[in-house]
Design a binder for this molecule. Structure first.
Ligand code: NAD
Length: 249
């Protein structure tokens, strides 16, 4: 049920962090990987190829709308079809709400929710045209559930990710497309570097995680394979928290 042999998975932003971890997990389960990155993801390409699967990179800035068509066309040229889309690329901007700029609002919203929606739309059109089934997995956050501090555009975008996951599931389940999300907790990647560097915030966060450690890209492996595979065939519109118990507190 968890076997992804013969499947093609697009993973946006997979040169590092959670995207890299998920690309590797999908490859280990049998999928060929199309990465979407702004720079050459040499390490990820190497790790995926060591599993015996193929890796193709599409060089694209996901915050630009014209990327969507090109990414899907390149993926299909490389591997003949697409089956799985992981909308992982995301950014965060930190500042007090009183001082927050329009640029920090727009950049985050354009990538984290606008690009995610139009990428999903393009992917769904291809799946329907192929006449196959498909799996979309969006990357949400603890700030899909909570307010957070000093990250207003990030909270707005990630709350929207959880909403759009339900909305698209409602429209596309009938086409055989499963749309779900994973909400990672506090994971040790570039995204949380500033938090981990701040001794007080780091202690505060760690003290509240029942698993008593920051998450890692490897912690995403089981949940991403589950949501990309037949094992989750009747799961639609749901966001799974992978958070060491953070939300249970
Ligand atoms: P990261 O900063 O290491 O990874 C972000 C990825 O997005 C990188 O590959 C980056 O190159 C890519 N990216 C950024 N802007 C892009 C653009 N314009 N076009 C294409 N790619 C772009 O951080 P991460 O923690 O691995 O983040 C991955 C996802 O997980 C993000 O959506 C993030 O919001 C989410 N997330 C992370 C945490 C955490 O604690 N680290 C928690 C919840 C959610």
């Amino acid at each position: 049920m968890f076997d992804l042999t013969g499947k093609v998975a697009i993973v946006t932003g997979c040169n590092t962090g959670l995207g890299q971890g998920m690309a590797l997990a999908l490859a280990n389960a049998g999928a060929d990987i199309v990465g979407v990155n702004r720079s050459n993801p040499a390490e990820t390409a190497d790790l995926v190829q060591k599993t015996g699967r193929k890796f193709h990179n599409v060089n694209a800035d996901m915050s630009k709308m014209d990327s969507v068509d090109r990414i899907l066309k390149e993926a299909i040229t490389a591997f003949g079809k697409v089956d799985i889309l992981v909308n992982n690329a995301g950014i965060i901007r930190r500042n007090d709400a009183l001082d927050f700029t329009e640029q920090d609002w727009d950049e985050v919203m354009n990538l984290n929710i606008k690009a995610l929606f139009f990428m999903s739309q393009g992917f769904a059109k291809h799946i329907i045209a192929q006449g196959t089934s498909g799996n979309i997995i969006n990357i949400a956050s603890m700030l899909s559930y909570q307010g957070g501090i000093r990250v207003p555009s990030y909270t707005a975008s990630k709350s929207a990710v959880m909403g759009i996951t339900k909305s698209l599931a409602n429209e596309w389940a009938k086409h055989g497309i499963n749309v779900n999300a994973i909400a990672p907790g506090y994971m040790a990647t570039n995204n949380t570097e500033a938090l981990r560097a701040d001794e007080n915030r780091s202690e505060e966060i760690l003290g509240r995680i029942p698993a008593a450690r920051w998450g890692t890209p490897k912690d995403m492996a089981g949940p991403i394979v589950f949501l990309a595979s037949e094992a989750s065939r009747y799961v639609h519109g749901y966001t799974i928290a992978v958070d060491g118990g953070w939300l249970a507190r």
